[in-house]
Design a protein around this ligand. Structure first.
Ligand code: HEM
Length: 132
């Protein structure tokens, strides 16, 4: 699978889950999970879609760095949203450490993205064929 397709697919799945959670909250008049909904939509849908669109437009990327970045970012928001949801749903702080782990992965994903953006690197490939 291409890196941009992976990122945008993860983004669309996140949007479907986030929107479904929003509809669930609205229909039950229970907004306790609103912060989890917001982080799922903003880290899962918006950030992953932006990563994917950047990879699509970049032309040249460092593929191993790109896949490491996308997977770290995915792990980050999934761990963070699930553990945040558990803390909010149960009212118990048992999963707070996991929120921190997810946050660290999320920040690391953004750091790797910045490295991808600002470095040229010698191990590059064309993200798509050059026009004839
Ligand atoms: C079908 C689509 C969606 C539905 C039904 C929905 C529903 C909701 C509901 C019911 C709330 C809680 C409102 C309250 O606390 O009074 C909320 C909050 C929020 N939503 Fe959505 N939402 C949707 C899509 C999105 C998307 C796409 C984003 C971002 C890209 C988003 C970002 C937020 C944010 C930032 C909050 C505030 C969270 C907080 O106060 O902690 N939502 N949404």
């Amino acid at each position: 699978m291409r890196i941009e397709k992976y990122c945008v697919s993860v983004a669309a799945i996140s949007a479907l889950c986030g929107m479904s959670l929003g509809i669930f909250m609205a229909s039950h008049h229970d907004f306790a999970l609103a912060p989890a909904h917001a982080h799922l939509n903003l880290l899962g849908w918006v950030s992953m879609a932006l990563y994917g669109l950047w990879y699509r437009g970049a032309g040249i990327v460092r593929p191993r760095l790109a896949w490491a970045q996308a997977i770290v970012a995915t792990l980050g928001f999934v761990i963070m949203v699930v553990s945040l949801g558990l803390v909010l749903a149960t009212g118990k702080p048992d999963y707070e450490a996991a929120i921190g782990v997810g946050a660290v992965f999320t920040v690391l994903g953004m750091v790797l993205f910045l490295v991808q953006v600002v470095t040229d690197g010698s191990h590059v490939r064309l993200a798509r064929p050059l026009p004839a």
